[in-house]
Design a protein around this ligand. Structure first.
Ligand SMILES: C[S@@+](CC[C@H](N)C(=O)[O-])C[C@H]1O[C@@H](n2cnc3c(N)ncnc32)[C@H](O)[C@@H]1O
Length: 124
Protein backbone atom coordinates (compact mmCIF):
# COMPACT_ATOMS: atom_id res chain seq x y z
CA UNK A 1 0.00 0.00 0.00
CA UNK A 2 2.89 2.38 0.67
CA UNK A 3 3.79 2.05 -3.02
CA UNK A 4 0.40 3.31 -4.24
CA UNK A 5 -0.15 6.88 -5.42
CA UNK A 6 -3.30 5.97 -7.32
CA UNK A 7 -6.93 6.96 -6.99
CA UNK A 8 -8.64 3.73 -8.05
CA UNK A 9 -8.13 0.02 -8.46
CA UNK A 10 -7.92 -0.79 -12.19
CA UNK A 11 -6.53 -4.28 -11.59
CA UNK A 12 -9.86 -5.16 -9.94
CA UNK A 13 -11.69 -4.23 -13.18
CA UNK A 14 -9.36 -5.85 -15.65
CA UNK A 15 -10.04 -9.58 -15.08
CA UNK A 16 -6.49 -10.63 -15.89
CA UNK A 17 -5.82 -14.17 -17.07
CA UNK A 18 -2.63 -16.27 -16.97
CA UNK A 19 -0.52 -15.75 -20.08
CA UNK A 20 -1.68 -12.21 -20.82
CA UNK A 21 0.54 -9.17 -21.45
CA UNK A 22 -0.36 -6.18 -19.27
CA UNK A 23 0.81 -2.56 -19.55
CA UNK A 24 0.39 0.01 -16.76
CA UNK A 25 0.50 3.61 -18.03
CA UNK A 26 2.27 5.75 -15.41
CA UNK A 27 3.28 2.93 -13.09
CA UNK A 28 4.72 5.04 -10.24
CA UNK A 29 5.91 2.80 -7.39
CA UNK A 30 4.81 -0.24 -9.36
CA UNK A 31 2.16 -1.79 -7.13
CA UNK A 32 -0.40 -2.39 -9.90
CA UNK A 33 2.30 -3.88 -12.15
CA UNK A 34 3.46 -6.30 -9.47
CA UNK A 35 -0.10 -7.36 -8.60
CA UNK A 36 -0.88 -7.83 -12.31
CA UNK A 37 2.30 -9.82 -12.94
CA UNK A 38 1.27 -12.31 -10.26
CA UNK A 39 -2.13 -12.73 -11.89
CA UNK A 40 -0.79 -13.39 -15.41
CA UNK A 41 2.05 -15.70 -14.25
CA UNK A 42 3.73 -17.95 -15.12
CA UNK A 43 3.71 -17.25 -18.87
CA UNK A 44 2.31 -13.70 -18.90
CA UNK A 45 4.20 -10.47 -18.32
CA UNK A 46 3.44 -7.03 -16.90
CA UNK A 47 5.12 -3.81 -18.05
CA UNK A 48 5.12 -0.55 -16.14
CA UNK A 49 5.75 2.69 -18.04
CA UNK A 50 6.83 5.87 -16.28
CA UNK A 51 8.73 9.01 -17.27
CA UNK A 52 10.51 9.76 -13.99
CA UNK A 53 13.75 8.12 -12.88
CA UNK A 54 12.75 8.40 -9.21
CA UNK A 55 9.57 6.39 -9.71
CA UNK A 56 11.32 3.81 -11.90
CA UNK A 57 13.94 3.34 -9.17
CA UNK A 58 11.26 2.92 -6.51
CA UNK A 59 9.32 0.46 -8.68
CA UNK A 60 12.41 -1.64 -9.34
CA UNK A 61 13.22 -1.68 -5.61
CA UNK A 62 9.66 -2.82 -4.89
CA UNK A 63 9.99 -5.50 -7.57
CA UNK A 64 13.18 -6.80 -5.94
CA UNK A 65 11.47 -6.95 -2.52
CA UNK A 66 8.43 -8.71 -4.00
CA UNK A 67 10.42 -11.40 -5.82
CA UNK A 68 8.18 -10.99 -8.91
CA UNK A 69 10.20 -12.00 -11.99
CA UNK A 70 7.71 -11.49 -14.85
CA UNK A 71 7.52 -7.69 -14.58
CA UNK A 72 9.56 -4.98 -16.26
CA UNK A 73 9.63 -1.20 -15.83
CA UNK A 74 10.19 0.93 -18.95
CA UNK A 75 11.16 4.59 -19.18
CA UNK A 76 9.03 6.75 -21.47
CA UNK A 77 5.87 8.77 -21.77
CA UNK A 78 2.31 7.61 -22.12
CA UNK A 79 2.02 9.92 -25.17
CA UNK A 80 4.73 7.88 -26.95
CA UNK A 81 4.56 4.31 -25.65
CA UNK A 82 7.84 2.44 -26.28
CA UNK A 83 6.21 -0.83 -27.39
CA UNK A 84 5.34 -2.20 -30.86
CA UNK A 85 1.83 -2.21 -32.34
CA UNK A 86 -0.67 -4.88 -31.20
CA UNK A 87 1.44 -6.45 -28.46
CA UNK A 88 -0.61 -5.86 -25.28
CA UNK A 89 -3.72 -7.71 -24.05
CA UNK A 90 -4.69 -5.34 -21.24
CA UNK A 91 -3.83 -1.73 -20.46
CA UNK A 92 -4.38 -0.48 -16.94
CA UNK A 93 -3.79 3.03 -15.61
CA UNK A 94 -4.34 4.50 -12.19
CA UNK A 95 -4.61 8.28 -11.87
CA UNK A 96 -2.25 9.27 -14.68
CA UNK A 97 -4.15 9.91 -17.95
CA UNK A 98 -5.87 12.82 -16.25
CA UNK A 99 -2.43 14.46 -15.85
CA UNK A 100 -1.64 14.39 -19.58
CA UNK A 101 -1.87 17.55 -21.67
CA UNK A 102 -2.69 15.45 -24.75
CA UNK A 103 -5.25 12.80 -23.77
CA UNK A 104 -6.22 12.10 -27.40
CA UNK A 105 -2.65 11.13 -28.16
CA UNK A 106 -2.52 8.88 -25.08
CA UNK A 107 -5.66 7.07 -26.24
CA UNK A 108 -4.31 6.73 -29.81
CA UNK A 109 -1.11 5.23 -28.43
CA UNK A 110 -3.06 2.90 -26.12
CA UNK A 111 -5.14 1.57 -29.03
CA UNK A 112 -2.01 1.25 -31.21
CA UNK A 113 -0.27 -1.12 -28.74
CA UNK A 114 -3.41 -3.08 -27.81
CA UNK A 115 -4.03 -6.34 -29.68
CA UNK A 116 -7.38 -6.60 -31.48
CA UNK A 117 -9.93 -7.37 -28.76
CA UNK A 118 -7.59 -6.02 -26.06
CA UNK A 119 -9.00 -4.36 -22.94
CA UNK A 120 -8.48 -1.04 -21.18
CA UNK A 121 -9.19 -0.45 -17.47
CA UNK A 122 -8.60 3.12 -16.35
CA UNK A 123 -9.02 5.10 -13.17
CA UNK A 124 -8.57 8.48 -14.86
C1 LIG B 1 -0.40 9.97 -9.33
S1 LIG B 1 1.03 8.95 -9.74
C2 LIG B 1 0.22 7.37 -9.92
C3 LIG B 1 1.20 6.22 -9.89
C4 LIG B 1 0.62 4.82 -9.98
N1 LIG B 1 -0.23 4.66 -11.17
C5 LIG B 1 -0.16 4.44 -8.73
O1 LIG B 1 -1.38 4.21 -8.83
O2 LIG B 1 0.44 4.37 -7.65
C6 LIG B 1 1.37 9.47 -11.40
C7 LIG B 1 2.59 8.76 -12.05
O3 LIG B 1 2.50 8.94 -13.46
C8 LIG B 1 3.75 9.35 -13.96
N2 LIG B 1 3.44 10.20 -15.14
C9 LIG B 1 2.73 11.36 -15.17
N3 LIG B 1 2.60 11.81 -16.42
C10 LIG B 1 3.24 10.91 -17.22
C11 LIG B 1 3.45 10.81 -18.64
N4 LIG B 1 2.98 11.75 -19.47
N5 LIG B 1 4.15 9.76 -19.11
C12 LIG B 1 4.63 8.81 -18.27
N6 LIG B 1 4.46 8.84 -16.93
C13 LIG B 1 3.77 9.88 -16.41
C14 LIG B 1 4.43 10.07 -12.82
O4 LIG B 1 5.84 10.04 -12.96
C15 LIG B 1 3.95 9.27 -11.61
O5 LIG B 1 4.80 8.18 -11.34
Amino acid sequence: MAASLGCGNPTALAQLRPGEIVLDLGSGGGIDVLLSARRVAPTGRAYGLDMTDEMLKLARENQKKSGVANAEFLKGTIENIPLPDKTVDVIISNCVINLSGDKNRVMREAFRVLKPGGRLAVAA
